[in-house]
Design a protein around this ligand. Structure first.
Ligand SMILES: [Zn+2]
Length: 170
């Protein structure tokens, strides 16, 4: 598992800083956050401190509906970066959030053959066990949140069971 150095490396965990912490705290609480611009009104993702459309800094956090449609995907059968190798095959995807932004994510709970462009998806959340040796990286351990301490919760998407279209039912 260790790639030579003896330190288990992981490539799936975000580096959480003061700016992005509200996003990860919300995810741990089961909420997907977006950033919306007060100047032009557009939402964006990933979160930035300024609006990528008009450069305004009047940007605030907003809870997303969690609804999205599948734009494109790739079924990954091999990934040498730990821990992804242990997860293959998985569905790396780009989804269109209902609020407009396009988001890179993963589609879960859906067979490869059932994936369809435009299928309705809903956000769900997955706790990633944090690397044993990786805790010291990127921040004070004392800031670990209650509840899921030691874990990072990431948003992923699954087929929307309330979608009555018949598209993408798994
Ligand atoms: Zn803007």
């Amino acid at each position: 598992m260790a790639a030579g150095s003896g330190v288990p490396a992981r490539f799936d965990l975000p580096e959480i800083d003061a700016f992005s912490r509200p996003y990860w705290d919300a995810a741990a609480d089961g909420r997907l956050l977006l950033r919306r611009c007060g100047a032009c009104g557009r939402a964006h993702h990933y979160p930035r401190e300024f609006c990528p459309h008009c450069w305004s800094e009047a940007v605030t956090w907003e809870r997303a509906s969690g609804r999205a449609t599948l734009y494109t995907w790739s079924v990954v059968h091999r990934n040498d970066l730990p821990p992804f190798g242990a997860r293959t095959p998985y569905v790396a995807a780009v989804v269109d959030l209902a609020e407009g932004p396009r988001m890179m994510t993963e589609v879960v709970e859906c067979g490869e053959a059932d994936l369809r462009v435009g299928m309705a998806l809903e956000v769900t959340f997955r706790a990633e066990a944090e690397a044993e040796a990786g805790r010291a990286q990127g921040g004070a351990a004392g800031e670990a949140k209650g509840g899921a301490a030691g874990a990072v919760v990431v948003p992923v998407f699954r087929p929307d069971p309330s979608s009555g279209s018949g598209v993408g039912r798994c």
